[in-house]
Design a protein around this ligand. Sequence first.
Ligand code: 5RP
Length: 220
Amino acid sequence: MTEDLEALKRAAAEAAAQLVQDGMAVGLGTGSTVRHLLPAIAARQLRAVRYVATSPATAEQAMALGLAIEPFDTLDRLDLAIDGADQVAADGALVKGGGGAHVREKVVAGAADRFVVIVDATKAVEALVAPVPLELLAFGLRATLAQIAPAAVRDGAALSPDGNVIADYTGPVGDAAPLAARLDGVPGVVGHGLFAAAMVSDVFVGGSGGVQHRTVRSGR
Ligand code: 5RP
């Protein structure tokens, strides 16, 4: 079963890897699905692509494969970003951050003209549910948690690469927009893992019948 799931992730990743073209600036996400994406991009032997990574783990794997990662302070926009997700709703809205990289992932997705999501079919959901990953400032942590209850620091999670605490909101989600606004309004919340459908351009879903390509919105 695990092997089957990996095959579905790989199929979605390989389909999305075909979108990378010479001359592009490309953001690379984080997670086990993205781990299949990087070799698929490297195999294309493109020569003039600039890459930024959303986590040290992705940067390390990409560089080992010969993809030149730049710090994300040399580019003011990206042509394309490709990343995984924990949940994808029918309208394209996402929950991300199972790997705790959601803040950098959202910065990269927000800078991209086209944000492409790659998932296996188990990630498709009717409606988004908790847990919703959070990145919180360590300063005032207890007070922040009290304002966004129910929420808890994630057991065993390392600090984010930006030195913040990884936690999860565990209450009802319902319509994600008001919850996102509520979380965005709390000063100690650096970011959360709710990604509105408006951010998402395409979703590639690896399933038993092949890869389904859903267009959520056309490029900016
Ligand atoms: C990391 C993420 C990942 O993209 C998400 O958790 C999906 O991971 P995987 O591809 O391993 O299922 O948001 O912060």
